[in-house]
Design a protein around this ligand. Structure first.
Ligand SMILES: [Zn+2]
Length: 114
């Protein structure tokens, strides 16, 4: 193997690694089902609502938060009540605990998680 061959091989290896780094995450994302994506969007909305609540009420990460704190009324961050109007597409149940914890779906094993 000549020096030029080694350099060409190294360049091909680098190109392959770079391409994998770009392509593999996109393939993983594309494998998510529409219902998983919808659930993740709901969880992101809930997380955004918790962040707004925390800023407006100067809450710390350990402060407890409930679904009723963020949803279910015209004066809430999410108008629809969570688990009633805003539901997981495969009937998982949403829950929140503290400002610092991410909202959860009971079907997290199916990828329904932030
Ligand atoms: Zn879900």
């Amino acid at each position: 193997m000549t020096r030029l061959d080694r350099i060409q091989l190294a360049i091909l290896g680098l190109a392959g690694c770079t391409l994998s780094a770009v392509v593999i995450p996109n393939v993983v994302k594309a494998r998510r089902t529409p219902s998983t994506n919808a659930c993740i969007a709901n969880l992101k909305s809930m997380q955004g609502a918790i962040e707004q609540l925390a800023v407006e009420h100067q809450l710390t990460p350990t402060n407890r938060v409930t679904l009723e704190d963020i949803s279910g009324g015209a004066d809430k961050y999410i108008k629809q009540a969570i688990n009633v109007g805003l539901k997981c597409p495969v009937d998982g149940t949403y829950s929140v605990t503290t400002v610092g914890e991410l909202p959860r779906c009971s079907t997290a094993t199916a990828g329904h998680a932030l």
